[in-house]
Design a protein around this ligand. Structure first.
Ligand code: BYC
Length: 475
C-alpha cells in the first residue's frame, strides 16, 4: 500500500495516508484478512463479477457507489460518520461532559471488550453464510447475499481500525484474533452463541438477516451513543448499511409466504404435507423458524439484570438506542421491575436498579421493532384471505441467557414442565424433519430472471435495474 493508491484501495476519512503507524498495522493485517476471506468467505464465487455497492465516502453520493466487482477486489473502507460539533456525553455519570477523542485509561479494557465483541460477530456471519451461494434461489438473491457479506466484512474493518488506532499492541493482537476464532469451531468459537449456529439454507438466512441483523441494529444504536466518539461515529455509519440487510430478511420471508399462499390457493388446501409435496414452505413451518431465530437473537441482548450493562451505562461507554428520547439520562435512583422465575414454576417481579436493567430496556425496543415486519407479513396473509397469523414468542421462551435460561415455557411464556417442553418441542421449533425438508428445497438457480419454486420473485430489482438483470456473472 503506497500513499498514492491508498485511498483507491481503502476508501477512508480517517487520514490513513497521513498516519504511518496505522498504515503499517493495517499493512500487516490486510493480507491475513484477504486469506481469511478466500478461505472462509463465500465459497465458489471469488472469481464471479458481482453487482455491488461500495461505500467510498459518507456523503449521500458516495455511501452507495454501485458497480461490478470481483469480491476479493472489493474496496473495504474505513469510514466514520461526520463529527457532531461540540458533542457532549448523553448519559451516565459523565452526562453533559465533552465526549472523548481518546480512550480513557480506566475504560480501556471495557471498551476493548465491547469493540471486540461487536467485531467478532461480523466475520462470524460471513462464515455462517459461506456455503449459501451454492443453493441460491436466483441471481438477485445471490447478489444480496454477497452484498451483505462484503458489508459485514467492512464492519469488521471498522472495528479493526478502532483496535489498531486506539488500543496499541493489545488492540493489534485482538484484531488478529478476530480472524482466528471461527463460527462453530469447537476449540475457538465465536464469542456470542447465535454466531456459532449454522445458517445452512436460505430460510434461515432470511430469518437471520431479519432477526439477528436487527440485534446488530440495536447494539450499534447503543454504541452510537458512546462517549468514545470514534466508536460512536463508526457505528453511526455502519447503521446506514444495516438497513439493507434487514430489508433482505424482511422481503425474503414475505416472498416465502407469498409463494406458499399461491400454492395454498392453487391446491385449495392448507395441509402442510400436501403443500410440501408441491415444494413450498408451509406457514406453520415459517412460524417455527421465526420462533427459533427470534429466541436465539433475543439472547444476544445479555441478561435482564446485568452489572456489566450497569457499568457500561454509568461510564458512558454504551447507552440506550436513541438515548435523547429518554427523559432520565442518569438513571441513578430509579428502579425497573423485571419478570423473573419464582423458582416454584411461576413468575414473580424483582425490582432492580434501572442501570442494571439496560439490556432489558434495549431488548424491549428490539421486540417492538421485530413486530413491525411481522405485522406486514400478517397483512399480506390477511389480504389473501388466509386464516393464519404469525406471532412472536414471549421473551421467556427458549432462553439460553439470563433469568429464564433453561426454564421451560410454552411460546406464550407460561412455565411448563421439562417433559411437556420435550413432548411439544417439535410443535414450536423446527424439527429434524422440518430442517431436512427445507434443505431439500435448496437447489441452485443461476439463470438471469429465473427463480426457485419455493419463493416468489422480488417486486423490484436493485438500484432501479430489472429483476432479471444478471446481478452475478459466473465464469
Ligand atoms: N452468547 O451481563 P451479561 C451484529 C456473555 S450483532 C454468549 O448477561 P452484557 C451482527 C457476555 O458477553 C450485535 N455469551 O450481558 C448481526 C458476558 O461475557 P463476559 C453484536 C453471551 O455483558 C448480524 C457474559 O455473558 N454487538 O452486529 O451486558 C450479522 C455476561 O453478560 C451472550 C454487540 O453485542 C450470548 N448471547 O451484554 C453481523 C455489542 N450474551 O464479558 C453482525 C457488544 C451475553 O463476562 N456487546 N453473553 O466474558 C455487548 O454489548 C455485550 O457484550 C452483550 C451482552 C450485549 C453481548
Amino acid at each position: 500500500m503506497t500513499a498514492v493508491n491508498l485511498q483507491d484501495q481503502i476508501p477512508n476519512n480517517v487520514d490513513l495516508g497521513g498516519n504511518r503507524a496505522l498504515q503499517r498495522a493495517l499493512e500487516h493485517w490486510q493480507p491475513h484478512f484477504l486469506d481469511w476471506w478466500q478461505e472462509l468467505g463465500p465459497a465458489g464465487f471469488q472469481a464471479a463479477d458481482v453487482y455491488l455497492r461500495t461505500a467510498t465516502s459518507v456523503d449521500a453520493k458516495g455511501w452507495a457507489t454501485y458497480g461490478t466487482v470481483k469480491m476479493p477486489d472489493y474496496r473495504w473502507g474505513i469510514l466514520l460518520a461526520d463529527p457532531t460539533p461540540d458533542r457532549k456525553i448523553g448519559f451516565g455519570d459523565h452526562f453533559g461532559e465533552d465526549v472523548w477523542q481518546e480512550v480513557p485509561g480506566e475504560h480501556r479494557a471495557a471498551l476493548r471488550n465491547l469493540i471486540v465483541t461487536q467485531g467478532d460477530t461480523e466475520p462470524a456471519s460471513v462464515e455462517q453464510q459461506r456455503l449459501l451461494g451454492q443453493t441460491c434461489p436466483s441471481l438477485y438473491d445471490l447478489r444480496n447475499l454477497f452484498q451483505v457479506n462484503v458489508e459485514e466484512a467492512r464492519h469488521l474493518w471498522a472495528m479493526v481500525y478502532l483496535l489498531h488506532a486506539y488500543f496499541g499492541r493489545n488492540g493489534r493482537e485482538e484484531a488478529e484474533e478476530l480472524l482466528h476464532r471461527h463460527s462453530g469451531d469447537p476449540n475457538n468459537p465465536r464469542i456470542l452463541a447465535t454466531f456459532n449456529e449454522p445458517v445452512q439454507e436460505w430460510l434461515s438466512f432470511y430469518m437471520f438477516t431479519y432477526f439477528t441483523d436487527r440485534d446488530g441494529k440495536y447494539q450499534l444504536k447503543c454504541l452510537a451513543e458512546s462517549a468514545f466518539d470514534p466508536l460512536a461515529r463508526s457505528t453511526r455509519f455502519m447503521l446506514t448499511e444495516e438497513a439493507h440487510h434487514m430489508f433482505v430478511g424482511d422481503t425474503g420471508v414475505s416472498r416465502v409466504i407469498r409463494r406458499a399462499m399461491e400454492m395454498m390457493k392453487e391446491l385449495g388446501t392448507d395441509d402442510p404435507q400436501l403443500l410440501r409435496q408441491h415444494g413450498v414452505v408451509d406457514l406453520p413451518l415459517v412460524q417455527r423458524y421465526v420462533n427459533y431465530w427470534f429466541t436465539s437473537s433475543v439472547d444476544l441482548f445479555g441478561s435482564e439484570a446485568s452489572s456489566n450493562a450497569a457499568s457500561y451505562f454509568a461510564a458512558g461507554l454504551k447507552g440506550r438506542p436513541d438515548e435523547p428520547t429518554f427523559e432520565d439520562h442518569v438513571c441513578k435512583d430509579t428502579t425497573y421491575a423485571l419478570e423473573v422465575p419464582d423458582g416454584k414454576g411461576g413468575v414473580t417481579t424483582e425490582e432492580v436498579p434501572m442501570r442494571n436493567a439496560v439490556n432489558e430496556i434495549v431488548r424491549q425496543g428490539y421486540v417492538k421493532d421485530c413486530l413491525v415486519g411481522i405485522s406486514r407479513w400478517n397483512r399480506l396473509i390477511k389480504k389473501a384471505d388466509i386464516d393464519f397469523e404469525i406471532t412472536l414468542p414471549n421473551r421467556r421462551f427458549r432462553r439460553g441467557i439470563g433469568a429464564w435460561a433453561g426454564v421451560p415455557t410454552d411460546p406464550q411464556g407460561n412455565p411448563i414442565s421439562a417433559d411437556e417442553f420435550a413432548a411439544r418441542k417439535d410443535e414450536w421449533l423446527p424439527s429434524e424433519a422440518d430442517r431436512a425438508y427445507v434443505k431439500s428445497l435448496m437447489k441452485q438457480v443461476t439463470e438471469p430472471g429465473k427463480i426457485a419454486g419455493w419463493i416468489a420473485p422480488p417486486e423490484r430489482g436493485i438500484n432501479s435495474l430489472p429483476v432479471d438483470y444478471e446481478y452475478v456473472k459466473l465464469h
